[in-house]
Design a protein around this ligand. Structure first.
Ligand code: AKG
Ligand code: FE2
Length: 324
């Protein structure tokens, strides 16, 4: 159906250095660059984001240790034992591309460490609850929680730039950003088999469900992004220290697809083990997601009915996990 070769087109790289001290004009310039990338690709890299490389390296190191634990240890923290989808998911547990074989990846889900008294936990909100931590790795918890908090702040900044890029006030998405669902996912991809089943790959073609995804990759390529312009897959190779940022379904719904929630997939042809760490910023679960009036062009109708963050997230988990 779709050509399998990739082109050498590259995704834009946006340097956020100096964002904290940026003038209004400088913020507008950054916002313009983000807007352009969101319209054309729905994907871009960020550098100068302020997340220290040593933190990224430590997290990769803990992640590799976690996946190297005996299966028996990992199964003790299987995500099916958690009410909040936290913990380990074995290889081939999720099918991100409908009709394709299950994904050749294993993962580990981490969220904010809220206690049972937190209002969102008490209200049984989707994916709010306790984490599960492998006893063998005492350093993982403080590191991952610190990383989650830092990434959340970065996403708040990016959401205010997204707002500016749409000619909205910088604070437009503040309610969305309040008490958000934010998920860290440690991923491990074994090498692509020499004789894969038809359409079998690390991660099937999919769009991300939430607001923003910030992906940290190790040195191994594998991520490919669909380009509507060239009708082809574009490689998104790792750039040391950077994040690949992509727009999730909610921003596409808000903007009536002016900003793209773009298909992407992973084929780990590196020959070695590939590790990646996506951070999903999904926002406040009760937030309504419906077309922003100023994003509707003349004579256009909203393409998607209004929904809430929570409804959309539940629907997407059901779609990709089936009864698992
Ligand atoms: O591992 C990657 O490079 C991408 C992962 C991804 O797209 C996802 O988890 O949604
Ligand atoms: Fe994704």
């Amino acid at each position: 159906m779709k050509p399998q070769n990739t082109t050498s087109t590259t995704l834009p790289i946006i340097d956020l250095s100096g964002y904290q001290q940026a003038s209004k004009t400088q913020k507008q310039e950054l916002a313009m660059a983000i807007g352009e990338a969101c319209r054309e690709f729905g994907f871009f890299y960020i550098t100068g984001h302020g997340i220290e490389e040593s933190l990224q390296t430590q997290l990769f190191s803990e992640s590799a240790k976690m996946f190297k634990l005996p299966l028996e240890s990992k199964l003790k923290v299987h995500k099916k034992l958690s009410k909040a989808n936290r913990g380990y998911e074995p290889l081939k547990n999720q099918t991100l591309e409908a009709g394709a074989p299950p994904d050749l990846k294993e993962g580990f889900y981490i969220g904010f460490e809220h206690n049972a008294e937190h209002p969102m936990v008490k209200a049984n909100k989707f994916n709010f609850g306790q984490n599960q931590w492998p006893v063998e790795l005492p350093d993982l918890k403080p590191l991952a929680i610190h990383y989650l908090n830092t990434m959340t702040t970065l996403c708040e900044e990016l959401m205010s730039l997204v707002a500016l890029s749409l000619n909205l006030s910088e604070a437009y998405f503040n309610d969305f950003c309040h008490d958000p669902l934010a998920t860290l996912r440690l991923l491990h991809y074994p090498p692509q088999p020499i004789n894969p089943q038809e359409n079998e790959k690390g991660c099937g073609a999919h769009t991300d469900f939430g607001g923003l995804t910030l992906l940290l990759q190790d040195e191994n390529s594998g991520l490919q992004v669909w380009s509507n312009k060239t009708n082809n897959w574009i490689d998104a190779p790792p750039i040391k220290g950077s994040y690949v940022v992509n727009i999730g379904d909610m921003i596409a719904r808000w903007t009536n697809d002016q900003y793209r929630s773009t298909l992407h997939r992973v084929i780990n042809k590196s020959g070695g083990e590939r590790y990646s760490i996506p951070f999903f910023f999904s926002g406040h679960l009760d937030h309504e997601v419906k077309c922003i009036p100023t994003c509707l062009l003349e004579h256009e109708q909203p393409k998607y009915p209004p929904t809430t963050v929570e409804k959309h997230m539940i629907e997407m988990y059901q779609k990709t996990y089936g009864d698992k």
